[in-house]
Design a protein around this ligand. Structure first.
Ligand SMILES: Cc1cc2nc3c(=O)[nH]c(=O)nc-3n(C[C@H](O)[C@H](O)[C@H](O)COP(=O)(O)O)c2cc1C
Length: 163
């Protein structure tokens, strides 16, 4: 199973989680960054506004080929109850995603707000032609809970192996 992990992380929590996933499951890991970086203030003002309006940022890398991937893990922080404009930009950079399995992960402060963003991210991945095989929300306790992360890794593994 060839896994590609695509993620955005503004303050490092999502990065820490996906690095654990990648260490366990192998494959490629791609960090997507906005071409115009957010400061702490502009993430709250401009970033949240763009998340609320489902805007997609220009990002690097601007081309992500999934031709050789069997399973994609798409991970994003939650801003204003939504996936970030950076992960929206990542979805636009993807080519060859049609028919690929995708498991979405969001990290957040509060699970209620995160679950809403997880659902939205599943829909956005589906709209690109990928097959959504699962999704998980990790709240502020979850991102530092090794048991929760191990359980997430098992779910991703199982989703990748099921036909
Ligand atoms: C601009 C901004 C907006 C946020 N909005 C929410 C929110 O609406 N709901 C929530 O549960 N957490 C929210 N958070 C918390 C982050 O989603 C959470 O800390 C996440 O794990 C950060 O991931 P990262 O360190 O990879 O950037 C927000 C954080 C930032 C910086």
């Amino acid at each position: 199973m060839n896994i590609t992990v695509i993620y955005h992380s503004h303050t490092g929590k999502t990065r820490a989680v996906v690095e654990k996933i990648s260490r366990q499951l192998g494959g490629n890991i791609i960090e997507v960054v906005p071409n115009q970086q957010y400061s702490t203030l502009s993430a709250v003002t401009k970033g949240c506004y763009r998340a609320l309006t489902a805007a997609a940022d220009a990002v690097t890398p601007d081309q992500i080929s999934l031709t050789d991937s069997d399973l994609v893990v798409l991970a994003s922080p939650v801003w204003a109850g939504k996936p970030t404009p950076v992960i929206n930009g990542a979805l636009r950079s993807i080519s060859g995603g049609e028919g690929k399995r995708v498991f979405v992960v969001t990290t957040c402060g509060d699970a209620k707000s995160g679950d809403q963003a997880t659902t939205l991210l599943k829909i956005r991945a589906y709209e690109t032609g990928m097959i959504v095989v699962g999704g998980e929300t990790l709240d502020k306790q979850g991102v530092i809970n090794e048991t929760a992360i191990l359980s997430l890794i098992e779910k991703i593994k199982a989703a990748g192996e099921s036909s």
